[in-house]
Design a protein around this ligand. Structure first.
Ligand code: SF4
Length: 102
């Protein structure tokens, strides 16, 4: 093996190592992004369960006309509920047993 060929192999091995390092760094970031995405769209599962929250209305009763509803950006966007701290995914078309006419 010539010295030049040996040098070429070494530099390609180094490039491969750098590529693998970058690849693992990128893979390590993916769960963080996925997790922060989930954190932004939080649900309060315990309160949803205890108040029997559902994503559909019960007749005319819906979150949009409940006094506890905190509207989202637009009338169709999901919002919050004063009874479900931290929950940002309450549907205006949702309903739970604590519904109170606005
Ligand atoms: S109390 Fe129930 S019905 Fe009223 S906004 Fe909250 S989740 Fe919707």
């Amino acid at each position: 093996m010539s010295a030049q060929k040996g040098h070429a192999m070494k530099s390609s091995q180094i490039q491969r190592r750098q590529f693998l390092k970058l690849g693992s760094a990128a893979l390590a970031i993916i769960p963080v992004i996925a997790f922060s995405g989930r954190a932004a769209a939080a649900i309060n599962a315990a309160m949803r369960a205890s108040l029997k929250y559902q994503d559909k209305p019960e007749g005319e009763k819906r979150c949009a006309n409940c006094v506890q509803f905190v509207p989202g950006k637009t009338a169709k966007d999901r919002g919050g509920c004063k009874l479900m701290p931290g929950d940002t995914e309450i549907s205006p078309q949702g309903y739970c047993i604590a519904w109170t006419k606005k």
